[in-house]
Design a protein around this ligand. Sequence first.
Ligand code: NAD
Length: 567
Amino acid sequence: MSSEQGTLGSMMQTGRQTGEAINSISGGNGGSGGGHHAPAVGQGRKVQSLNPATGRLLAEFAAADAEEVHAAVVEARRAAPAWRALGPGGRARYLVKLKEALFKRRHDLAALITREAGKPRVESLLAEVLVALDGLDYLARHGPAFLEAESVPHQNLAVRFKRGRLEYEPYGVIGIISPSNYPFSIPMNQVGAALVAGNTVVLKPSEFTPQSGLAIHTIAEEAGLPAGVLNVVVGDAVTGAALVNSPIDKLVFTGSVATGKRIQAEAAERLLPTVLELGGKDPVIVCADADLELASSGVVWGAFTNAGQACLSAERVYVVREVADRFTKLCVDKTRRLRVGAGEDPDTEVGPLIRERQLKIVEEHVAEAAAAGAGILTGGRRAAPAGLEGFFYEPTILSGVHHGMRIMREETFGPVLPIMAVSDETEAVRLANDSHFGLSASIWTRDQRRGERLARGLESGSVMVNDCLSSFGIAEAPHGGFKLSGLGRTHSWVGLMEMARVKYIDVDLLPKVPKLWWYGYDTRAGRLMESFVDFLFAPGFWSRVYSGLGLLTRVPGRLRALRRPRE
Ligand code: NAD
């Protein structure tokens, strides 16, 4: 589908939207930004944008089918050569334009994300808009330097007269599949990295947050991005599977472990390269010397921000026994004061979960823990803020938990903080590592060196000392996990390099000289090679001098032999 046919504008005319008015940021006329495939609602599969605070429908879209996904990939591939030809500097200038367009739309965008994903307005501005602005800024400033070709000096004398270079080439078309919890900043940062590295993109946002994904397309249009460079296909799991099976050159997936495994199995069929950013069960270690006032504030925020729906959420706490009661009481007091409500209310601190399905998982985890003996210190049931019928759950703290419970082993992805007292930091590290996940972790201590020492013992992709979660907003910090939490990295130069494939180019500086290792093997050639190996690696000084002399006497004869026509 061409960008004219498949524009946001045409979707806005034909797509059905009901309920609360949608924000103009996900609308606009199509054109320069490339295709976006959110076709008119018909009889087929649909995706719904709901306000999770009210449960009311904001907009409904038909899910793109395999044909439409394929067309988007074709469009992206058509746009790829011209985009690549701009070079890193030219592409970085477009990223600056994207950043400027995003800044202009920051308030519309924050309002849309709050409405569609439910998070408090402050969090939409901070964890979505600011993180995306900073990511684009970082990539525009530093991307071209990271992507510059590098010369490769050779250590071996045999190849000294060659010039080696590493070049970082785009893959071609990158497919990006996104989750609903950070529906803008996650794909925007990945899109930015893919684009500056010279790829074109087909993005499939979560079925729960299609408008936030479409907003990326709108911003690209407003930034004047060339047609076809960024394409958005709205849809569900079937649309995502069609993208995995389309002729993309690499896939960047963010979502659950279960989906990640399924995708990796599909990708293996044709060795499609992937980056998988998957789930977590991030541990928190509170040392005996921690500033408990500070630690409790940080951990409560880390557990309940975005209603606990962050991949880096504080999902389980190990606190050293001697301070466990004081720490737990502080957490409970601070949690009871949190204001639960709609994200649009400026005083709201905890919004709703994205859907009923997620609410049920949280209920199950808490009920199972309570049945197995856990204490519910606060929360533990659905919340019903006045006048709101959405998917709310009370911020909850559990005690008396152990690793036999799902609440300590599986990702809860909701506003629940189980706290477990441990005898010392060694036990805390052992329990923190007793997990299939390894995304991130946090350590709270007044002793920075202790913090760093404990961090080294944790099996996780990142560790924060005296803070949690905010590494996601540090553009220079690689983001990704160990173990089942994923493969590869996004963000930082490490994430940028995932968007490029490395090519090694070697140019011989003595093109008229035949190489000593070419055919024409005989006893003399064998002796020459022996001298050469000894000259380079024999342990004693004199044996190297001796073999060096042998080398000098044998090389001219070998070169003459190589130049003689063979019979
Ligand atoms: P999900 O796996 O259900 O869906 C994620 C995306 O995958 C959606 O766009 C969905 O439509 C698509 N999808 C589903 N099945 C598919 C299939 N078979 N083939 C292709 N695409 C398919 O995840 P979710 O519930 O939307 O997101 C929550 C999960 O994401 C949590 O586990 C969370 O920890 C994780 N997450 C990880 C990170 C990270 O950076 N590591 C960041 C955010 C969220």
